[in-house]
Design a protein around this ligand. Structure first.
Ligand code: NDP
Ligand code: OXD
Length: 309
């Protein structure tokens, strides 16, 4: 039994060593040296070349190295009937929640304005309310959004979330579906996007959505660049409908040097590093999937190709 690994951004050696320590009988093969394709039962991948996974006739599961499977599902030649398992890992969710808390706090405490005042040698106090008076809305209340909500509630924020189905998370007001969207947006002074990119969520961060937010709201997007209509973000910033945006993801990555986001005074750019899969922690999730396949048990966190997440 063998596993094939493909990723240009995840560390091959770290994954090989972590998997070898946990499952010494599993052969770990680099993409360039797959050996006999018939040996390969698992593919541990991030953004593999389109069509490439079809060459393994005995593939039992495609284990995605990230939480988002949008790029993988774009491959029309993905082998039929082979389950795709997305990454669900405590460290991944914790790091995302930390990213969200950091940027929510920056906006809540007016840090960008204070930074600008410092640059101008301008000594003026800016008051912020206590966190309980700040309404934060999270689009997507899954593994990432749920943990971000938990941390924000713990920090005292007034938190709501929007998902497809209703949720029952302590301290979090739940809105769902199209019917719940307008009321959810109307209360979101700081909006965080942690949705998966699917045909339904593509371009969701657009002019109409920004107009449904309270004037001067803040946007934090760590979902996918495909969620954002980038010209609409710039337009909403120009008229003050958005007071600021923190963007970790972009339609084109790496963000081109000429992008107006880089130097925009109201935009914080981070290089798609809100949360990065850590092999030391995520290996447990991969091993559990392999164990389940071997034991003939149903896999967890399997992607529904019809929903796209
Ligand atoms: P999950 O599948 O666990 O959660 C997705 C959430 O989005 C669920 O609450 C789901 O609702 C909701 N949702 C999906 N479609 C809709 C819709 N049409 N309307 C309303 N709600 C919807 O995913 P994760 O939380 O693990 O990850 C979310 C995304 O975060 C990833 O797909 C990826 O794009 C991004 N990500 C970004 C990283 C970064 O570093 N920037 C790192 C990791 C992830 P329901 O619960 O009802 O199904
Ligand atoms: C992910 C990501 O989906 O890193 O895990 O974007």
């Amino acid at each position: 039994m063998a596993l094939i690994f493909y990723s240009e951004s995840d560390r091959y050696d770290a994954w090989r060593d972590a998997l070898h320590a946990a499952l010494p009988d599993l052969e770990f093969r680099p993409w360039e040296e797959p050996g006999d394709p018939a040996d390969i039962e698992f593919a541990l991948v991030w953004l593999p070349p389109q069509g490439a996974l079809r060459q393994f006739p005995n593939l039992k599961a495609i284990l995605n190295l990230g939480a988002g499977v949008d790029a993988l599902l774009k491959d029309p030649t993905l082998p039929e009937g082979v389950p795709v398992v997305r990454m669900v890992d405590d460290d991944l969710a914790t790091c995302m929640a930390e990213y969200v808390l950091l940027h929510v706090l920056r906006y809540h405490r007016e840090q960008p304005a204070l930074d600008a005042q410092q640059r101008a040698h301008d000594w003026r106090m800016i008051a912020s309310p206590a966190a309980m008076h700040r309404r934060v809305g999270i689009l997507g209340l899954g593994a990432m959004g749920g943990e971000a909500a938990r941390l924000l509630v713990g920090a005292g924020f007034d938190v709501a979330g929007w998902s497809r189905r209703p949720k029952d998370l302590p301290g979090v007001q739940s809105f769902h579906g199209e019917d719940g969207r307008a009321a959810f947006l109307a209360r979101s002074e700081i909006l965080v996007c942690l949705l998966p990119l699917t045909p339904e969520t593509e371009g969701i961060l657009d002019r109409d959505l920004f107009q449904a937010l309270p004037a001067g709201a803040y946007l934090i997007n760590a979902g996918r660049g495909g969620h954002q209509v980038e010209s609409d973000i710039l337009a909403a910033l120009a008229v003050g409908q958005l007071a600021g945006a923190t963007l970790d993801v972009f339609r084109e990555e790496p963000l081109p040097a000429a992008s107006p986001f880089w130097d925009h005074p109201k935009v914080t750019v981070t290089p798609h590093n809100a949360s990065i899969t850590n092999p030391q922690s995520a290996v447990r999730h991969v091993c559990e999937s392999i164990r389940r396949v071997r034991a003939g048990e149903p896999l967890r966190n399997v992607v529904d190709p019809d929903l796209g997440y």
